[in-house]
Write a protein that binds this ligand. Structure first.
Ligand SMILES: [Zn+2]
Ligand SMILES: [Zn+2]
Length: 169
């Protein structure tokens, strides 16, 4: 969905859109529920401000044990779109409201899909864990230490050669 700047006055700037899972594709994550965005766009001089809320549920993997982890996403966003032409005159942007992120657009329309994808990625922490005390995978044999035990630590493998053997190199 594209928000046409020229039409903002007619619609009052309100927008809402629902994206089914699979409609938005990511490399790192997957949506397990529809993503619903609602908000309002306002023109400010040449810029356009988009504010609203985004709701969805995403699936990513635990950084320690690689199991899927579902994350509820409910974020409020505030983004200012600056036309690419005026962006070059940096001095126009010296005072920015701190709660706004800045993006550049072509001056005519804003791709809501891109904004939604960006906001979803921003909402996902860099290090996701299935639980705070996830034990992770054994670095030697690869078992999930949350559900299985191995005797690698007891064996005290400390020679490089043995480590390579266990990795199957
Ligand atoms: Zn985990
Ligand atoms: Zn092990």
């Amino acid at each position: 969905m594209r928000i046409e700047v020229e039409k903002l006055e007619e619609t009052g700037g309100k927008f809402s859109q629902v994206y089914a899972p699979g409609e938005l594709l990511f490399e790192e994550i997957e949506l397990v529920e529809a993503a619903a965005i609602t908000g309002r766009a306002r023109r400010k001089n040449g810029d356009v401000e988009l504010r609203g809320e985004l709701l969805t549920k995403a699936s990513t993997i635990c950084g320690r044990c690689l199991k899927p982890v579902e994350l509820q996403i409910d974020v409020k966003f505030a983004e200012r779109f600056v036309p690419a032409v005026s962006w070059r005159h940096e001095e126009q942007h010296e005072l920015q409201e701190e709660d706004l992120n800045i993006s550049v657009f072509d001056g005519e329309g804003i791709e809501l899909d891109d904004l939604v994808k960006e906001e979803i990625l921003l909402a996902i922490p860099a290090h996701v864990l299935c639980s705070e005390d996830c034990k992770g995978l054994c670095p030697s044999c690869g078992v999930d230490r949350n559900s299985e035990t191995c005797d690698c630590e007891a064996k005290q493998i400390d020679s490089r050669w043995d480590k390579l053997k266990n990795l199957g190199v």
